[in-house]
Design a protein around this ligand. Structure first.
Ligand code: G6P
Length: 368
């Protein structure tokens, strides 16, 4: 094990640092010389895409959180309605599936029992299934009609990191590809978004180089018993992933909330010094998030905000700020998740937790 960790203390931190390469590898064979996304080798015909009336994205855990980002990307660019469900719920929800439904299952291992069962149910009901999967030859990749592999390499730590970012990048490519086929995106925007996808590895490198201030936020959180992650839009999906990462490895009680929903219950839990991680990467929701930060601060919360570089207004509002490089709103999730992963890691190590093998959890849940 020590040799495989390549000088890192744990697999989790090694895998966090492997993300720029994992994303580059995932992108490499998918963009051709003319600068277009080429998914010929997964063999989805443009006719198939044009006939899709709706998409279901189904997965578990972190893969589900990547799926939520995928939903927003597909709806935004390809204008196809996307329903999302947790695999263990989907199966019992009498889902709306027919031959005009595309099901996208997202799974790192390709062996999660509920996700596999959901795939089988969709196929029974005549839907086509596209798997976004990391393990070549896994059950899910074998049974799906089409497979888009994330080339993240082996992920050993139970808490998923590089699988998530490569899943988000894969779903972004799928969204753009579908949009192009359907003619719902113009050439200028297609190029602009794809360019932003291509620079993600560089931007992640930058975040990984400037990680030292995250340790002081981690030190504060490590002494807390509860934490809340809040966000809107893409940041809400990101909040779910950040919160899951922290609870998995540090055992601190953590909840993710849509920031606008705070007033409907969770605000009652905010006490003096309760840490609140406010994700504020969405330009068009920025002012709303500033109000939410003020709202929790007024109840005594210690606020840690995550924002794009150059957003100065937040300085006077939050107690602690983590910046990420600027990006379009649609692609902040794979950047902003990096400090959240690091935060979870540092909190867990400070608390002496078994980071790579958290209690009660398994890397791949092959039983229902
Ligand atoms: C387990 C793992 C998570 C993972 C989830 C789904 O709970 O601990 O890290 O996100 O299963 O796994 P999959 O292999 O289907 O992505």
């Amino acid at each position: 094990d020590e040799a495989k960790k390549g000088g890192y203390d744990h697999f989790m931190i090694k895998e966090i640092f492997e993300q720029p390469k994992a994303i580059k590898d995932t992108l490499m064979s998918r963009i051709d010389d003319s600068g277009k996304i080429n998914l010929d080798n997964i063999d989805i015909k443009s006719e198939d895409i044009k006939n899709i009336e709706k998409i279901y994205i189904v997965a578990c855990g972190t893969a589900y959180h990547a799926g939520l980002v995928g939903k927003a990307l597909i709806e935004k660019y390809a204008r196809i309605p996307v329903l999302t469900d947790i695999a263990s719920e989907f199966r019992y929800n009498n889902p709306f599936i027919d031959e005009k439904t595309l099901m996208i299952v997202v799974s790192q291992s390709g062996e999660t029992a509920d996700t596999l069962a959901a795939l089988r149910l969709a196929k029974e009901k005549k839907a086509k299934v596209l798997a976004v999967c990391n393990v070549v030859g896994s059950s899910i990749s074998r049974e799906a009609d089409y497979v888009f592999y994330t080339w993240a390499g082996p992920e050993i730590a139970v808490a998923s990191t590089k699988a998530y970012t490569t899943q988000v990048v894969s779903l972004a490519l799928i969204a753009l590809y579908m949009a192009d086929m359907k003619g719902t995106i113009d050439e200028f925007e297609y190029k602009k978004v794809l360019e932003e996808v291509k620079v993600l590895p560089e931007k992640i490198e930058k975040i990984l180089e400037s990680q030292s201030n995250i340790k002081s936020a981690a030190s504060y959180i490590s002494k807390s018993s509860d934490i809340f992650y809040i966000g809107r839009g893409f940041d809400y999906y990101l909040a779910m992933e950040g919160s899951l990462k922290l609870k998995e490895v540090s055992y601190i009680h953590s909840e993710a909330m849509a920031a606008g929903e705070l007033k409907h219950g969770t605000l009652a839990l905010i006490e003096e010094n309760t840490p609140v991680l406010a994700l504020a990467t969405q330009d068009f929701l920025y002012d709303k998030m500033i109000s939410n930060i003020k709202e929790v601060k007024a109840r005594g919360a210690y606020t840690i905000a995550l924002a794009k570089e150059g957003n100065t207004e937040i300085k006077g509002v939050a107690d602690f700020i983590i910046y990420i490089p600027s990006a379009i709103d649609e692609l902040t999730a794979p950047l902003a998740v990096i400090p959240l992963q690091l935060l979870a890691y540092y909190v867990a190590t400070e608390r002496g937790c078994d980071v790579d093998k958290p209690r009660n959890l398994a890397k791949s849940v092959t039983v229902e």
